[in-house]
Design a protein around this ligand. Structure first.
Ligand code: ZN
Length: 233
């Protein structure tokens, strides 16, 4: 466990600049390991992880209201990124259950962000859930820049390829990972089956238009479409 100065952290969160906007502006002291940046959203490793590979996903724009700060399309686009990044994380580190949550405060860390954390298999029940996420509970992981850089590199590789973000992954000194597959019960949900490919998150653009139809977009900017060659439907 790494010592964590909670008072200093709270002082910085409540009285300092927005840490996400500062990170994106390249301000010294706000560097993070970014693993995805699609121009609208950004995903990066938590600087204060309590679990290996813990990530944050946020819109690049400084939005403070978790729900009403987005249109439905914008909100769904953000959640698609959360799904994609979480799937990549579960394929990268041993995972018994994924935790997804948006917290923050209007008095500090107001920029909307989603936490994505992978609970290691075998974690005792009383050490799961909030206990596993709170620095006051689980404590920070030992500082290990090499581990974090390897994790970030693996996540970047997965997330840069439209079809491979969920493939079984490398061992980061933890345990071999397994492929991530939708639970069979998911077929009963009133939605179409989950897409096989992260190309769903490709923003629409000239590539998405069939030849001879370049005069107008098929979808609005930012709306995602599947590419057939990646197995989507
Ligand atoms: Zn911000």
């Amino acid at each position: 466990m790494t010592d964590f100065d909670l008072d200093a952290y709270n002082e910085r969160a409540r009285n300092g600049p927005c840490f996400i906007c500062s990170m994106l502006a390249g301000e010294p002291g706000y560097e993070h390991r970014i693993v995805l940046d699609d121009g609208v959203h950004v995903a990066f490793l938590d600087r204060y992880p309590t679990l290996p590979g813990k990530l944050l996903v946020a819109p690049r724009a400084h939005v403070e209201d978790t729900v009403s700060g987005f249109t439905e399309d914008q909100y769904l686009a953000l959640q698609l990124v959360v799904h994609r990044v979480a799937t990549a994380l579960a394929a990268t580190v041993p995972t018994e259950r994924l935790y997804l949550l948006s917290l923050g405060s209007m008095q500090g860390n107001a920029h909307v962000h989603w936490h994505i954390a992978a609970l290691p298999p075998g974690t005792p029940y009383e050490q799961q859930q909030f206990h596993a996420l709170m620095t006051e509970g689980a404590g920070l992981l030992p500082d290990d820049p090499g581990r974090d850089e390897r994790l970030a590199a693996d996540l970047r590789t997965r997330l840069s390829h439209p079809c491979r973000h969920d493939q079984p992954g490398t061992d980061h000194g933890l345990r071999p990972t397994r492929p991530v597959r939708p639970h069979p019960a998911a077929r009963h949900l009133p939605h179409r089956r989950p897409p096989r490919c992260a190309a769903r998150w490709q923003r629409s653009g000239p590539r998405d238009r069939p030849s001879g139809r370049r005069d107008r977009p098929l979808t609005r900017p930012g709306v995602v479409r599947l590419r057939p060659e990646c197995g989507g439907s």
